[in-house]
Write a protein that binds this ligand. Structure first.
Ligand SMILES: Nc1ncnc2c1ncn2[C@@H]1O[C@H](COP(=O)(O)OP(=O)(O)OP(=O)(O)O)[C@@H](O)[C@H]1O
Length: 360
């Protein structure tokens, strides 16, 4: 089943925290809500689950309206057929693994025999069959999170909702559990909404990512679309590493000029005639040339290495290019203070809007 969110509004008292957002998640599709702390991701997810009451808009699961305050429709969570996994796992320490997983069924008055069968099936899917009679305190953090996963899928939910489910796991375990969650979601072929503030997690797991800020959607698209063609500086900065150089359009549209007066070739397909703009450069798309005179007009900028951070597979250099701090990834060694030439292609030098005064 799909999830459709139309003009969702959520208020806490006088404060509006979700400002009429709309999106759709198709059956079998994995969509992440990505954004900084407080942008309204969790609130949106909880409105879909029915754990928060929306103030406006319509939420559908499949064809069924589960939330439409204007029509006095607010279906309670246990009737929405959603499975949800929380950051805190929310498993009960006094219950065994099997009892925890079976809990959502027992409150739905499923017969004991059916509960046992479905619990065994769910534990089998997450690989926890032999742990059924243990208590959560006898499990590792990763195993506890799998109990929470099993509990989310036990009633054969029509959609799966995840609220930062991996943030309490260490880096190595997080990577493994990502793969497991994706495998599970594919196997069940359900719509999934996944809340995270971790861009790597969102890019690597999702069919589509919705970037939010201040209770609004900034951009929605496939991971590649967001990475390659962000609509503004906020999205460019939030999705991956990027550097920004102020640019102004040369009179008559014959190119773009940096504050130091250099003309650069910018992919300006996003230019719409109004507002302020910056050129965005991704660090892996820039070459560092030792010969400070090796530049091609429009596709290079002179600078000085001002800082370096060794990261194993590559070094991240910060290059001061006429006042702009440009991050560059290179496998080669350069000394701080060296004069260099940065070379880039117009495809890696994209115009992004950067509304003045908004910090975006
Ligand atoms: N129960 C509540 N009462 C009042 N305000 C709340 C409540 N829950 C959330 N908020 C506010 O709503 C806004 C959105 O919160 P939300 O938890 O959805 O953000 P988020 O993007 O999920 O952030 P995080 O990543 O920190 O969880 C925030 O400004 C938050 O302070």
């Amino acid at each position: 089943m799909s999830i459709t969110v139309e003009n969702l509004v959520k208020r806490y008292g006088a404060m509006t925290v979700v400002h009429g957002i709309s999106f759709e998640v198709g059956r079998g599709e994995f969509v992440s809500l990505l954004g900084p702390s407080g942008c309204g991701k969790t609130t949106t997810l909880r409105c879909i689950a029915g754990l928060e009451d929306a103030a406006g808009g319509i939420i559908r699961i499949g064809d069924r309206i589960v939330s439409a305050p204007d029509q006095d429709i607010l279906i309670p969570p246990h009737e929405r057929q959603v499975g949800m996994v929380f950051q805190s796992y929310a498993i009960w320490p006094h219950m065994t693994v099997g009892e925890n997983v079976g809990f959502p069924l027992s409150i739905r008055k499923v017969s004991a025999a059916d509960v046992a069968k479905q619990v065994d099936e769910a534990l089998g899917i997450v690989g926890l069959g032999p742990f059924k009679d243990r208590h959560p305190s006898q499990l590792s953090g990763g195993q506890q999170q799998r109990v929470a996963l099993a509990r989310a899928i036990v009633g054969r939910p029509k959609v799966l909702l995840f609220d930062e489910p991996l943030s309490n796991l260490d880096a190595k375990l997080r990577e493994g559990t990502r793969v497991e969650i994706k495998r599970l979601q594919r196997k069940l072929d359900v719509a999934a909404v996944y809340v995270t503030h971790d861009q790597e997690e969102a890019l690597s797991m999702s069919d589509r990512v919705i970037v939010m800020d201040g209770g609004r959607i900034e951009q929605a698209g496939t991971p590649k679309e967001l990475y390659r063609s962000p609509v503004n500086r906020f999205v460019a900065d939030f999705v991956g590493r990027a550097s920004f150089i102020d640019v102004v359009r040369v009179e008559g549209g014959a190119g773009w000029r940096t504050p130091s007066g250099a003309l650069i070739d910018v992919d300006d397909s996003s230019f719409n005639g109004a507002g302020t703009y910056q050129a965005m450069l991704r660090p892996e798309g820039i070459d560092i040339m030792e010969d400070a005179n090796a530049g091609k007009p429009g596709r290079s900028l002179p600078g000085t290495i001002s800082d370096s951070h060794y990261l194993g597979a590559y070094t991240e250099y910060v290059v001061d290019a006429g006042g702009a701090k440009v991050k560059v990834h290179s496998k080669r060694d350069f000394d701080v203070g060296s004069p260099v030439m940065l070379r880039f292609s117009p495809e890696n030098c994209r115009l992004v809007s950067s509304p003045a005064g908004t910090g975006k």
